[in-house]
Ligand binder design. Structure first.
Ligand code: CU
Length: 68
Protein backbone atom coordinates (compact mmCIF):
# COMPACT_ATOMS: atom_id res chain seq x y z
CA UNK A 1 0.00 0.00 0.00
CA UNK A 2 1.19 3.48 -0.86
CA UNK A 3 -0.01 6.59 0.90
CA UNK A 4 -0.17 10.02 -0.72
CA UNK A 5 -1.46 13.30 0.60
CA UNK A 6 -2.96 16.17 -1.35
CA UNK A 7 -4.57 19.43 -0.31
CA UNK A 8 -8.07 20.35 -1.38
CA UNK A 9 -9.49 23.85 -1.34
CA UNK A 10 -13.17 24.71 -1.09
CA UNK A 11 -14.40 22.32 1.59
CA UNK A 12 -16.40 24.11 4.24
CA UNK A 13 -18.42 21.53 6.14
CA UNK A 14 -18.89 17.84 6.82
CA UNK A 15 -21.02 17.51 3.69
CA UNK A 16 -18.08 18.62 1.56
CA UNK A 17 -15.79 16.31 3.49
CA UNK A 18 -18.02 13.30 2.73
CA UNK A 19 -18.40 14.28 -0.92
CA UNK A 20 -14.64 14.43 -1.41
CA UNK A 21 -14.12 11.18 0.49
CA UNK A 22 -16.70 9.33 -1.60
CA UNK A 23 -15.41 10.78 -4.87
CA UNK A 24 -11.82 9.80 -4.09
CA UNK A 25 -12.73 6.35 -2.84
CA UNK A 26 -14.60 5.70 -6.10
CA UNK A 27 -11.34 6.06 -8.06
CA UNK A 28 -9.87 2.78 -9.23
CA UNK A 29 -6.90 1.71 -7.13
CA UNK A 30 -7.92 3.74 -4.07
CA UNK A 31 -8.44 1.67 -0.95
CA UNK A 32 -9.27 4.45 1.43
CA UNK A 33 -9.38 8.23 1.67
CA UNK A 34 -9.23 10.27 4.85
CA UNK A 35 -10.33 13.88 4.55
CA UNK A 36 -9.33 16.40 7.19
CA UNK A 37 -11.54 19.46 7.02
CA UNK A 38 -9.29 21.58 9.27
CA UNK A 39 -5.99 20.99 7.50
CA UNK A 40 -7.67 20.53 4.06
CA UNK A 41 -5.56 17.42 3.63
CA UNK A 42 -6.76 14.31 1.88
CA UNK A 43 -4.75 11.21 2.69
CA UNK A 44 -5.17 8.52 0.07
CA UNK A 45 -4.24 4.85 0.45
CA UNK A 46 -3.58 3.22 -2.90
CA UNK A 47 -3.35 -0.44 -3.75
CA UNK A 48 0.22 -1.39 -4.61
CA UNK A 49 1.05 -0.45 -8.20
CA UNK A 50 -2.20 1.44 -8.74
CA UNK A 51 -1.16 4.88 -7.56
CA UNK A 52 -2.76 7.53 -9.74
CA UNK A 53 -2.87 10.97 -8.21
CA UNK A 54 -4.06 12.60 -11.42
CA UNK A 55 -7.24 10.51 -11.38
CA UNK A 56 -7.76 11.41 -7.74
CA UNK A 57 -7.40 15.11 -8.55
CA UNK A 58 -9.82 14.76 -11.48
CA UNK A 59 -12.37 13.13 -9.18
CA UNK A 60 -11.97 15.95 -6.66
CA UNK A 61 -12.50 18.53 -9.42
CA UNK A 62 -15.57 16.69 -10.71
CA UNK A 63 -17.00 16.75 -7.20
CA UNK A 64 -16.66 20.54 -7.28
CA UNK A 65 -13.50 21.15 -5.25
CA UNK A 66 -10.01 22.34 -6.03
CA UNK A 67 -7.01 20.04 -5.54
CA UNK A 68 -3.63 21.73 -5.07
CU1 CU B 1 -19.91 21.71 2.73
Amino acid sequence: MTQETIKVEGMSCMHCQMRVKKAVEAVEGVQKADVNLQTKQVTVDFEEGKENLEKVKDAVREAGYEPI
